[in-house]
Write a protein that binds this ligand. Structure first.
Ligand code: FAD
Length: 429
């Protein structure tokens, strides 16, 4: 008999909770990754850097596993078909994996657990992706927090050594079932190498120690760019939190936001398609397609908005301060449904994560939990003065900024602000 360890958004060997328990099960472990056809179908571009990133991450797992005469078994099919095949091929005692809190992933896992159970195969899942999952940090009356600050306070109170345990296991020659390297090429998967440069991010002491001073200035390399690594689990969240505790509490707060939005999506899965606050469904969005197109291309005539959108289009990254500005601009200045912006970000962001993207978009639109009141509207020109005073960031992405060719604003700042407040007010009274 063997046990399966199913890699998903935890593409690392060290400090991986589910893998730790699989390796300590008393059986040899069969490492598995499924290039799930139903998930790959969501990527519309052949050169999507995220598929490339996953591919490279598995390649690097294989390099480590080589010393143990194995590699990750890769199946290019659906999860259900993959297990049908495995159940025929191996005598499996149990499947081990880490929890994934997205609604569609939960459905998939329930299906596989049921399939396994009908063959008397256990299905074990562990918390690995977050420090505290939905339901673990509750108010004294047993209900979930919907406001970040008290949530973060309780999160800090609950944080103990157990939550930060390092699950790294020492491997040996008997750890794994031997598997021939069968990693398909990107072309075989229907994709190709991406031209984007997403140099593998690391826990950079210099950046993190100065995070509180630099994080708001998009012209500075002041944030870690670890988003993609946290999304696909090439780095452990426990390791990041430990590092934050020793180097910068302000950075820790960002990691707590990640847990916060993960628990919101888990406990209120309706947010995936709907406003967290019902009333906001009544907003009469203008949804002008031409204006949306100009926003997407970074041609709104607002330099900071344009720079941000062009940075996103060209690199798959956008600085957090600028994400807040472009999201506010779309939902308030242009009165375009936050779901349009959310979907656009989902297509382009390398660090795209359903819970964080959805939570932050709803926050920007005012309809999310703990969102700013609707009448607080980012002024893109003031934001530019405050956070890119000398225009270094803007000039990097908007080359025509200083020339007469630079577009006039597509909406007047003052008029757009008044229109937004009136539209929101109408919906909310
Ligand atoms: P750092 O500033 O170094 O922070 C470290 C990590 O903390 C991040 O990688 C991320 O995992 C987490 N984090 C930081 N800020 C937030 C936050 N506000 N909410 C949740 N987690 C946070 N973040 C995503 O990971 N995926 C998304 O799809 C995403 N979409 C966003 C959409 C909008 C409209 C906005 C305003 C923000 C969004 N964010 C998203 C949050 C934030 O902008 C990014 O996490 C951050 O900019 C990533 O850069 P970094 O890796 O250098 O982060």
């Amino acid at each position: 008999k063997v046990v399966v360890f199913w890699f998903r958004r935890d593409l690392r060997i060290e400090d991986n909770v589910g893998l730790y328990f699989a390796l300590n099960s008393g059986y040899r472990v069969l490492p598995l990754f499924i290039f799930d056809k139903s998930i790959l179908a969501r990527f519309s571009r052949r050169d999507d850097a995220r598929v490339d990133y996953i591919h490279q991450a598995i390649n690097s797992l294989n390099n480590t596993l080589k010393d143990y005469h194995t590699s990750v078994m890769c199946l290019h099919t659906t999860a259900s078909e993959a297990y049908d095949k495995l159940f025929e091929q191996y005598d499996i005692a149990a499947i081990y994996c880490n929890e994934d809190y997205e609604p569609t992933s939960i459905d998939r896992d329930n299906l596989i657990a049921k399939k396994a159970s009908s063959r008397n195969i256990s299905f074990f899942q562990y918390k690995d992706h977050v420090i505290f999952k939905g339901g673990e940090i509750l108010k004294s009356d047993g209900t979930p927090y919907q406001i970040y600050t008290p949530y973060a306070k309780m999160w800090r109170v609950k944080l103990d050594d157990r939550a930060l345990f390092d699950y790294t296991t020492i491997l040996c020659q008997e750890s794994f079932v031997s598997v021939e390297n069968d990693l398909p090429t990107l072309e075989e998967l229907g994709f190709e190498r991406s031209s984007l440069d997403y140099t593998h991010p690391i826990l950079d002491e210099g950046i993190i120690s100065n995070y509180d001073k630099n994080r708001d200035y998009p012209a500075i390399e002041g944030t870690t760019r670890l988003g993609i690594a946290l999304r696909f689990g090439t780095i452990s969240i426990r390791k990041c939190v430990n590092f934050a505790l020793h180097h910068n509490e302000v950075w820790l707060k960002e990691l707590i936001w990640r847990d916060f939005f993960s628990q919101i999506m888990y406990l209120f899965p309706q947010v995936v398609n709907s406003c967290f606050k019902d009333k906001y469904e009544r907003i009469n969005w203008r949804n002008n397609e031409e204006e949306f197109d100009l926003w997407c291309k970074g041609q709104t005539g607002y330099p900071l908005v344009d720079a941000g959108m062009r940075e996103l289009n060209e690199t798959g990254f956008m600085h957090n301060r600028v994400r807040m500005v472009v999201a506010s601009f779309l939902t308030k200045h242009l009165l375009i449904d936050w779901r349009w912006g959310e979907a656009y970000f989902a297509q382009y962001l390398l660090d795209y994560d359903l819970a964080s993207n959805n939570g932050n978009w709803q926050w920007a639109a005012g309809c999310g939990c703990d969102a700013a009141p609707y009448f607080r509207i980012f002024n893109p020109l003031e934001q530019q003065k405050k956070f890119d005073k000398t225009g270094v960031y803007i000039r990097k992405w908007v080359q025509e900024f200083d020339s007469l060719d630079y577009k006039n604003p597509i909406v007047d700042n003052k008029e757009a602000r008044i229109r937004a407040i009136e539209t929101y007010k109408k919906a909310l009274i």
